[in-house]
Design a protein. Structure first.
Lengths: 390, 292
């Protein structure tokens, strides 16, 4: 596209070479512009956005209460991001984090329930046996729940976006069944929330953080290695780039898509396991469990902004874990309407897409050089190639 | 029982109108997986407009305008910038979900207008949906414009070579579809269930999207599917009508979503998949870049 303004030409062209820093700049810009736009919500409430953001940072990344909360939220977001990243490397979309994370959570609490954990918070249980069983049950449940979408996609070409979304809603109602109105996991006193996990089978902590937080960082490294260096990782990427070519290379669509969704489901499952069995002050399926389902979509944006890179997702997850929690804190303080973190989620998503799309284009401004007046009477065969363009 | 049927048809109207919009743009090669987001945005803005002005007309107008604008936005990303349509659709969905949760929250609660009039007992918008299905069928298969729209969805470079503006056609489809989906969103929030609450749409946009895939891109099958899901949804709300005392009511609420997946599986016969592959707009979801 070209537009001429005065003696300047503005050229907008699709980049032939998209460098890595183009996408980094696009991601950073998307985050900054989104924070700027959401600042208007604070402005409308009569607060100075800069001051609000200063307080959010002070709360989420500095205060001794907010920082562990940020890290716990970031762990959740990071694991949810892996749930997007693995299938997306194979070109498939997993938006089933809510369903998968609650599949794992229900399975883990089911194991605890089977050991009689519902009876009392002080129930005498052997954590060394029960906790690993809870992890295994959670991984199996979330892996299977994820695998449904992958198998249907690979085998029957059923759109995985629709399937995962349907599975999300189904699971949210199943959770409601389990914890509300006399459901098996209903807490003894409170209504509408699950029973509290006994102290003996909560995830152990190191330096005030649940083990799962450390595990998530480790998993980022393992996942990077897996995708980059192993045969299976290579197959996944090949399939993502061209399913047809992959088929000629003997890579089966059904196997790959089932595999990536199983792995993705397991990561989402770990996110749920981390938050509901590991985060101090939670240790149960909370009443507002639906909000955590929504919160897992921050993993979707994190994966996209990090451009499918598990390690790059770590800082992004920390940022979003902190800002979303901090925004919620300020929302309470300024008495704003519910959902400022949701607004940020929405704006971030559209800005991310806009900037990633725009990063594909280059804008150049050139001075128009007027071609010299055409000489008359050129000899036949004489070169006319004199314009500075050539 | 007959009142159940009536309210099922009211629900079917929402599914049908939104799915017809999506069908129209898919026929032109544009895939918008963010139907839910478009419906949330238009439904919420329509709801706010109606609630503050007390007029249905304003609500519907705002909703349709919102839908058109969001369609334009999706078109800009997908047509002009040529970026991945699935990503764009996701963005629209999350944008709708996030923004409406924040913007709509102060308006939580019932609409407070007197119920929208019916057409002799039949839900008005079900009749509208039927008319729209016929109109879209006529447009797509009996008019020159429809032929051009479909050709853009099948083989854009050939369409371009025969003098059709691919960009223009696709924008037209995206905006028209946005308006229809916006209307669908407003039918939900103003007529079917005029109570705003956070994320009130509960996945209906995704069910409508699934309907388009079920329907082999045929407007009449969209309506049939919509009626099926309308009845299913109502049964999940009032299971005691057919199956008293089995499962808790929460398990019943999960049913329509489980059944959507089951329908996908049941439909996946060899015959259906062949037909599906043959009917699917060839260039669905693929950005067109003009050569030269």
């Amino acid at each position: 596209m070209r537009a001429v303004i005065g003696s300047y030409t503005i050229r907008i062209e699709r980049r032939a070479d998209l460098r890595w820093w183009h996408t980094v700049v696009a991601s950073v810009l998307a985050i900054l512009v989104s924070l700027f736009l959401v600042g208007f919500a604070f402005l409308r409430a009569g607060a100075d956005p800069l001051e609000v953001y200063r307080e959010i940072i002070a709360y989420a990344f500095v205060s001794s209460f907010g920082l562990p909360q940020t890290i716990n939220r970031a762990t959740f977001v990071l694991l949810a991001a892996f749930a997007l990243i693995v299938p997306l490397r194979a070109g498939l979309w997993n938006i089933g984090m809510p369903g998968q994370l609650y599949a794992a959570t229900l399975a883990a609490f089911g194991v605890a329930y089977a050991f009689g954990a519902k009876a009392s918070v002080n129930a005498q249980l052997n954590g060394a046996i029960v906790i690993p069983l809870m992890v295994i049950a959670g991984l199996i449940a979330s892996g299977l729940y994820g695998a449904i979408a992958g198998f249907l996609r690979g085998r029957l070409q059923v759109n995985e976006i629709v399937t995962t979304m349907m599975l999300n809603w189904a699971m949210l109602w199943i959770v409601a069944h389990m914890i509300r109105e006399g459901g098996p996991f209903m807490g003894r006193t409170a209504e509408g929330e699950g029973f509290t996990l006994p102290t003996a089978i909560r995830i152990p902590q190191i330096l005030g953080l649940p083990l799962t937080a450390y595990a998530a960082v480790l998993l980022a490294l393992v996942l990077t290695w897996f995708l980059a260096k192993t045969t299976l990782g290579y197959r996944i990427r090949t399939f993502g780039e061209s399913p047809r070519a992959a088929e000629y290379a003997g890579i089966y669509a059904t196997r790959i898509s089932t595999l990536v969704f199983t792995l993705g489901g397991m990561f989402a499952g770990l996110a749920g396991f981390h938050y509901f069995t590991g985060v101090p002050g939670v240790y149960k399926i909370p009443k507002n469990y639906g909000e955590f389902a929504d919160f897992s979509f921050y993993g979707l944006i994190t994966g996209l902004i990090a451009r499918n890179n598990p390690i790059a997702a770590i800082p992004v997850a920390i940022l979003f874990g902190g800002v979303s929690g901090g925004a919620r804190f300020m929302q309470g303080k300024l008495r704003l309407a519910f959902g400022i973190d949701y607004a940020l989620l929405g704006v971030l998503m559209i800005m991310m897409v806009a900037f990633q799309a725009l990063a594909q284009y280059s804008v150049r401004i050139e001075r128009v050089v007027t071609a010299p007046a055409r000489q008359v009477g050129l000899e036949r065969g004489e070169s006319r190639v004199e314009s500075p363009r050539h | 029982m007959s009142s159940l049927l009536v309210i099922s048809l009211a629900a079917a109207a929402v599914f049908a109108i939104a799915a017809l919009g999506e069908l129209l743009e898919q026929r032109a090669g544009i895939l918008n997986v963010g139907l839910e987001g478009v419906m949330l945005l238009s439904g919420t803005f329509g709801f706010i407009a109606s609630k503050t002005s007390g007029s249905y007309l304003q609500g519907f107008t705002i909703a349709i305008l919102t839908g058109a604008l969001v369609g334009l936005l999706h078109g800009f990303f997908s047509i002009t910038l040529g970026s991945n349509q699935v990503v764009n659709g996701m963005a629209i969905w999350i944008l709708g979900f996030g923004l409406t949760t924040y913007i709509g929250y102060p308006y939580t609660g019932p609409l407070g207008l007197k119920p929208f009039p019916t057409l002799g007992g039949l839900p008005t918008f079900f009749v509208v949906a039927l008319v729209l299905a016929v109109a879209i069928w006529f447009l797509l298969f009996k008019t020159h414009l429809g032929l051009e729209l479909r050709s853009v969805g099948e083989n854009p470079s050939v369409a371009e070579a025969s003098g059709i503006s691919v960009t223009g056609m696709r924008y037209l489809a995206a905006v028209l579809a946005g308006m229809l989906v916006g209307l669908g969103g407003a039918v939900y929030s103003l007529v079917y269930n005029p109570v705003w609450s956070y994320n009130y749409l509960q996945g209906w946009g995704f069910i409508a999207l699934a309907l388009v895939f079920f329907s082999l891109w045929n407007p009449f099958l969209v309506v049939v599917g919509a009626i099926f899901f309308g009845i299913l949804w109502q049964l999940s709300l009032y299971p005691e009508l057919l199956f008293p005392n089995i499962f808790s009511r929460y398990i019943w609420r999960a049913m329509p979503f489980v059944i959507t997946i089951l329908v996908f599986i049941l439909l996946s016969t060899r015959w259906f998949r062949l037909r599906w592959g043959a009917t699917k707009p060839e260039a669905l979801g693929i950005a067109y870049e003009r050569q030269g």
